[in-house]
Design a protein around this ligand. Sequence first.
Ligand SMILES: Nc1ncnc2c1ncn2[C@@H]1O[C@H](COP(=O)(O)OP(=O)(O)OP(=O)(O)O)[C@@H](O)[C@H]1O
Length: 275
Amino acid sequence: MATDPLQKTSPEPSVADTAAPGHLVVFDQVVKRYGDHVVLDHLDFTVDRGQHVTLIGPSGSGKTTILRLLMTLEQVSDGVIMVDGQSLTHMPGPNGSLRPANEKHQREIRKKIGMVFQQFNLFPNMNVLQNITEAPVNVLGLDRAEAEERARDLLQLVGLEEKATAHPTQLSGGQQQRVAIARALAMRPEILLLDEVTSALDPELVHGVLDVLRDIAHTTDITMLCVTHEMNFARDISDRVMMFDKGKVIESGTPEKIFGDPDHERTREFLGAVL
Ligand SMILES: Nc1ncnc2c1ncn2[C@@H]1O[C@H](COP(=O)(O)OP(=O)(O)OP(=O)(O)O)[C@@H](O)[C@H]1O
């Protein structure tokens, strides 16, 4: 019988084995600037373990930047990000001081986070199985046989068990994106970041990918942060929807509240344009 692909079977190196109670993700007065352009403006929000949070808002409001900061693809200009009780942005310095986190510190915390991008970013020279096992073997140090078993379970989860030896160019965009989802999950992340994962797909391929993600949202306890323009999907999977404008959360609430009866005029305008 296939094992649950999202169930942890062996202990993996973790920086926070003594996981702090409380919020899994904390943004505390986070500022991100590019030159004079303030993209995130003293942003505060939290995400609890197991929550599914969707970020919506106009183009350029800073949604992708939030995911890229969590993935440490970008660094904060100011403020603190905490993940599972540990600072992603800072580390202890001399004499009890704090200094900006270095790459090694961030790499350990980032093991808790997986991301799926708009462009699938699969390794073109590797087959599907190799794409999924590469990081578990090389980053987590997992035994190859165990990584392959995990990968096959995940291929079943995303409905691609027949494609293990195919190369990315032999797959449709929707299939490639489902491989990318399996690849992110193969690291057994606690947090899954989804950045407009269907935006690059032909319309007829969108449903297959969203169905897989709905399934994951409804059947696992993974925490999700999702940037999407698929409002029905957001409604289906979200515990909370956060509406962004100009680098700030202008309102936040259940999907029923935000999609049904938003408080903010800007939210009504935005939803009027996209729904
Ligand atoms: N590397 C960069 N250098 C300069 N400006 C950047 C960089 N990355 C992002 N920006 C700017 O930051 C702002 C926020 O970008 P971000 O991608 O986070 O927005 P978004 O809300 O995700 O938008 P979209 O819905 O269009 O993806 C934009 O004005 C963008 O041009």
